[in-house]
Design a protein around this ligand. Sequence first.
Ligand SMILES: *Cc1c(COP(=O)(O)O)cnc(C)c1O
Length: 469
Amino acid sequence: MRYVSTRGGMAALPFSEILLEGLARDGGLAMPESLPQVSREMLASWRKLSYADLATQVLKLFITDIPEEDLSRLTHAAYNSQVFSSEAIVPLKPLGNGLTLVGLSEGPTLAFKDMAMQFLGQVFEYVLARKNTTINILGATSGDTGSAAEYALRGKKGISVFMLSPYGRMSDFQRAQMYSLQDENIHNLSVHGVFDDCQDIVKVLASDLEFKEKYHLGAVNSINWARISAQVVYYFWAWLRATSHDDQQVSFAVPSGNFGNILSGHIARCMGLPVRRLVLATNENNVLEEFFRTGVYKPRSAEQTFATSSPSMDISKASNFERFVYDLVGRDAGKVKGLWESLERNGSFDLSDLKPLFEEKFGFVGGQSSHADRLHTIKAVYEQEGVLIDPHTADAVKVARQYQEAGIPMLVLETALPAKFNETIQEAIGQPAPVPEHLKGLADLPQKVTVMDCNVEQVRSYIQEHVIL
Ligand SMILES: *Cc1c(COP(=O)(O)O)cnc(C)c1O
């Protein structure tokens, strides 16, 4: 299995060679040269596998340059009941009226990012050791991604993490989660500024090629292919748990921001998993919903992006969307390159001529949810089913209901636990979300964080003093 760029300007490379890269050199994203196909017999033989063993079977189709027994060691280290609070790793929970929740939030940071990050941490350490090199991960976070990365990379050999976060702008829970990590290779830098300021500092340092090379800087952002492929696994897992015969279809509803999660569903469907619909749910930031409704892709600026009560979906530009467009235009890299050039020039592109393919060929439909919808859905599900869901999951439940069909299970991906977003839960049901037992003392743990000005040079010298080389 080798990988090519969506814009056509990269020689085909194996998994280990694209693992540590962000964008391809031509500005595109890595995609498998062709997608592996899974037969009904293979699916049937996977029914009895544990999550870790299923992950090995799915991931070995994408990762052909790591021996299967090593890969199996990595998946077992990532997906076990010491790391995840459910024995099943990903439990399915019926929600009534034909809906089922797929529990992707049993990991250390209570959000679905752990699913991919835990594997990424293992495979990073393995590949770095094999290449005899080190990496210093530099990132900015407003909450979920940074903490998932830190929990996955803490204590890993050859890896340090420098994570910038906006001073005073995260929830107490998020702060406690990140800053209570005492591992020597984890560096929390709290910057006097907003998230975009943190992001800008990262961009300046990462585009200083000399600095980047000298200090082995890398990233773990949502375009990383290892993350996308690790997420493919739970679509297979959920289908295997929700069905009893091998050609039974299900639909998935996915709370979406950067288009990473649902892209993995698209990949699984293209591999032959019997998926009828992929239901994309957005919040008020509905750039993707608009695309699937009209065929026009028109990202917004940071100023036009609303701060909502499902904040992990507050995204103006969906970084993984290019990978879907590559498939949509028949894997024509020249066409993708042209579309992104026109995006630069005009701020949008129009694929409305391909609109019939969105649902007929690729199964995609979309919908949108608002703050009021979120509150209403959280309350209704709590009162009717006794299940408390988080605001992001609520967006997907709301949109999923629009697309339910008789005889087709609708699987809603639960992307976070309610404890992470207590303010909205309180508003919806008038009482706080329960905090999982093992996290009750989190707020009282000592915190390790370095506060600094919103200044590139201060961050640069901190990195210079603390990197591993
Ligand atoms: C990251 C995140 C999302 C959005 O997922 P994408 O892969 O960016 O589409 C949704 N919900 C939660 C809780 C998240 O952390």
